[in-house]
Ligand binder design. Structure first.
Ligand code: PLP
Ligand code: ZN
Length: 380
């Protein structure tokens, strides 16, 4: 199975983590046909670069596509891909599962990741499931509260003192020498696992637009590759327009895109409540920029106020997502108002992770008090 660098074009015969040029690598396009099967791993069997280790699956993927009640208000036909129902409550599980299907086959006894949030929890959980040791590197500032959802699975959670920005590359280097397979944000197998989101969407609708909260760029690249492979296989006629959505307070990809640059630059002093998409120097940033240019796709940045409003809108129809996951709806409102997305378009927004992960950032609703004696009046 060959990998290729999307930026310099160098080809690798073995699953390396990154290209020598510093950019991410990706598996060559896979083509195939769909089968009848229970899980996305079986139905799209031709499209995975490694045999999915189904005996260790926790049921990741095959998430609901919900027809949104916000369609009327927003003037589009809106569908919500609810990734919050994954085993550790985010889409990360899809990529973690596929990467761990590979790691033991390549002889690794331990896996790792660099994350403080959803990816850390996902790798920790699946390492336990696969019976692998886990080395979870988190930032010095990660709160004990947040790390409970990571350490509960029994992995080795390590607070690293020092420059968190360097940790991604340092972990890959050390992982190679120590035999730990680091499944970081844009690991090539992880990105492949995310293709399932595209596959499942087209089983139900053919969207005109797909809104993708974007941080490292791994999710965007995976969903993009999924749609491209469907088209190359003759299973869809046209690619949807993909929209990378970032928070204004940390939007290195949108900024470079707007300025017509080929390379992202580090976003200084990031500040947003959407912590899950606040990577100031996305490792797949240049690859995402290239995809957006090659296919005429879009980037949109939204403010924290707009994110909070969108989070409430989603809760208003029963879906509690974390701030990062509400950015798609915040962007959609702007893109429809400015005429970029036409009225009546078929739109899918990916709800990437659960609101229960970030309770401290959630604005709750109204709570009343009532004495038992007067309960009848309170219920009228
Ligand atoms: C990881 C994550 C993202 C962004 O994914 P990338 O692959 O880093 O671009 C978006 N939303 C949530 C909730 C996440 O956990
Ligand atoms: Zn390269």
């Amino acid at each position: 199975m060959r990998l290729k660098c999307p930026i310099c074009g160098k080809v690798y015969e073995e699953p390396v983590q990154r290209c020598e040029c510093g950019e991410p690598v990706e598996f060559e396009l896979l083509k195939g046909e769909p089968y009848i099967g229970k899980s996305v791993w079986e139905r799209f069997y031709d499209f995975w670069p490694v045999e999915p280790a189904l005996e260790f699956s926790l049921g990741e993927g095959d998430t609901p596509l919900v027809k949104s009640k916000l369609s009327e208000e927003l003037g589009v036909r809106l569908y919500l891909k609810n990734e919050t129902v994954n085993p550790t409550w985010s889409f990360k599980d899809r990529g973690t599962f596929l990467a761990m299907s590979y790691a033991p086959k390549a002889g690794y006894k331990a896996v790792g990741t660099v994350s403080t949030g959803n990816m850390a929890a996902s790798v920790s959980a699946y390492a336990s499931r696969f019976g692998l040791d886990a080395k979870i590197l988190v930032s010095e500032s990660a709160s004990n509260e947040k790390l409970k959802a990571v350490s509960v699975y029994g992995g080795d959670v390590i607070r690293v003192k020092g420059d968190y920005g360097r940790l991604y590359f340092e972990s890959l280097k050390l992982g190679e020498s120590l035999g730990i397979y680091f499944i970081n944000s844009d690991n090539p197998f992880r990105v492949e696992g995310y293709k399932g989101i595209a596959f499942e969407i087209v089983e139900e609708v053919t969207p005109d637009y797909v809104l993708i909260p974007t941080s490292s760029g791994g999710l965007f690249r995976g969903v993009a590759k999924g749609f491209i492979e469907l088209k190359e296989s003759g299973l869809i006629e046209e690619l949807p327009t993909l929209v990378a959505v970032q928070a204004e307070g940390c939007s290195p990809i949108c900024r470079a895109f707007e300025e017509g640059k080929e390379r992202i630059e580090r976003f200084e002093n990031p500040k947003t409540i959407a912590k899950a998409i606040a990577n100031p120097y996305p490792p797949s940033g240049n690859a995402v920029l290239k995809l957006m240019r090659d296919f005429g796709w879009l980037c949109a940045a939204v403010s924290d106020d707009e994110i909070v409003e969108a989070q409430k809108k989603l809760a208003g129809e029963g879906l509690f997502v974390q701030p990062a996951s509400a950015t798609g709806i915040a962007a959609l409102k702007k893109l429809v108002e400015s005429g970029v997305i036409p009225e009546g378009a078929k739109v899918v927004s990916i709800l990437t992770g659960s609101g229960l992960k970030t309770l401290s950032h959630a604005e709750g609703g109204r709570i009343r008090e009532c004495p038992l004696e007067g309960l009848e009046n309170c219920l009228r």
